[in-house]
Design a protein around this ligand. Structure first.
Ligand code: AMP
Ligand code: GLY
Length: 426
């Protein structure tokens, strides 16, 4: 990383209110070039070190007006909903640099069918698929690909619109309940999340991470937004970042540019490392949650400056991201009932953050002076250690100090990989 330009003084507005935004704001605040951090709307966790502003993240005009009023020179949009609503377009129209794709480019996440078209045009390896809008089309596609069946709601569904099942009736019922679905071939092999920061031309890959999508231990129960994550992956090929840049990210970025809708922001490459090579499972157009909490615990790069460079088309001047040698594990605490209807209002008492273990807040609120649960995924605990076993230990030891009686968590985040790392001495 080149040294910060000495005259660069970054005033940053982070848009969103979840764990990803808390982690981003925290990392941005640690950058010496950053003089102010604002969050809209933020949560009680971000209020501890940044200024929260009660503005709806999905209201493009309100976010742009706030950015002008605060006189920030960088806006970082966290979640997908504001991107799909056009928040980045409104901020850029106001003359302010924005990290995050335009409404048009965010369709890479907003529509599974659009993402498939772009991948086909760019020659990006992904599962064969059919776009279906009627029960008959869905039935034909389910028969064509066979079990296990993969049925994806075409619209945004917060990570919960996909079902993978051996039961053809369940698959058909999900298709019938959605207006349009993408039905595709099943991909075997482990999943990897690989995040690529891009200014529309130049791309920087972050370390690979893995998240845990199912609600229960041993990957049981329904899909969620993510119940935990870890990074890096001791078992992943050493050249995975380069493979993903060459085979996935750069061709996709070039294709988006060719279409006149350049992609600038974070391209989340959700991958399966199958027996036939890497395949894209999905694209998202923003940092993944909770992988981001683990990744930002490990990078030494000044994130305010990196995101500003991506937002201003100067990423080529930034060297590769730099990483600590250790490992990070994130464990999510969700409210009872999640991913169905979560029980809100439960009280939470947090221990103080430590050097290698801390809490990121996601769905929290203040009730008077008391911290309470206000969403599905409520908290994320991050632990860092020399290997995965140590990082898990640090994370779970911190977690048991949290008093949150109406919350639950998975016990097995990064467990298999930690055992494998010890056995293989990798
Ligand atoms: P998506 O929202 O597309 O990431 O899908 C959510 C989850 O469903 C993924 O993380 C996978 O675990 C699973 N999934 C999606 N597509 C496939 C596929 N083609 N084959 C196997 N599993 C899949
Ligand atoms: N961790 C999955 C996601 O952010 O969609």
């Amino acid at each position: 990383m080149t040294q910060p330009k000495s005259d660069l003084s970054l005033r940053v507005l982070v848009v969103g209110s979840g764990g990803r935004e808390h982690a981003l704001a925290r990392a941005i605040a640690a950058d010496p070039a950053v003089t102010q951090v604002h969050v809209a709307p933020g949560n009680p966790g971000t209020a501890a070190f940044a200024s929260n502003h009660p503005v709806a993240a999905t209201d493009p005009d309100a976010v742009a007006a706030l950015a002008r009023e605060l006189d920030v020179n960088l806006v970082v949009v966290g979640p997908e909903a504001p991107l799909v609503a056009g928040v980045a377009d409104a901020v850029r129209a106001a003359g302010i640099a924005c990290f995050g794709p335009s409404k048009a480019a965010a369709q890479l996440e907003g529509s599974k069918a659009f993402a498939k078209q772009v991948m086909a045009a760019a020659g990006v390896p992904t599962a064969a698929s059919r776009y279906c809008t009627t029960p008959d089309e869905a039935a034909a596609a389910l028969a064509e690909f066979g079990a296990p069946h993969v049925v994806k709601d075409d619209g945004l569904a917060a990570g919960k619109g996909v079902i993978v099942t051996d039961d053809v009736e369940e698959a058909q019922a999900h298709a019938d309940a959605c207006e349009a679905v993408v039905i595709e071939e099943y991909l075997d092999g482990p999943e990897v999340s690989l995040f690529v920061i891009t200014d529309g031309t130049t791309a920087l890959a972050m370390q690979p991470a893995q998240d845990f999508k199912r609600v229960g231990d041993d990957d049981t129960g329904p899909n969620t937004g993510g119940m935990g994550a870890y990074s890096p992956l001791p078992w992943a090929p050493a050249d995975l970042q380069q493979q993903v840049l060459d085979q996935v990210a750069l061709p996709t970025i070039a294709e988006m540019e060719r279409r006149g809708t350049p992609f600038q922001g974070l391209l989340y490459c959700g991958l399966a490392l199958t027996s036939r090579g890497l395949r894209v499972v999905e694209f998202n157009t923003r940092f993944g949650d909770p992988e981001t909490q683990a990744l930002l615990a490990l990078t030494d790069s000044p994130m305010g400056q990196v995101l500003y460079a991506a937002a201003t088309g100067t990423l080529a001047e930034v060297g590769d991201l730099t990483w600590r040698d250790d490992y990070a594990v994130t464990v999510v605490m969700a409210a009872d009932g999640y991913p169905g209807k979560p029980e809100t209002g439960g009280s939470i008492v947090l221990p103080p953050d430590a050097e290698d273990a801390w809490t990121i807040q996601a769905g929290t609120a203040l009730d008077g002076d008391n911290l309470v649960a206000a969403g599905g995924r409520v908290l994320a605990v991050v632990g860092r250690g020399a290997d995965l076993r140590e990082a898990r230990g640090v994370a779970y030891e911190h977690l048991v100090q949290i008093d949150f009686p109406t919350g639950f968590h998975r016990y097995d985040i990064a467990e298999t990989a930690a055992i494998q790392q010890i056995e293989e001495g990798s």
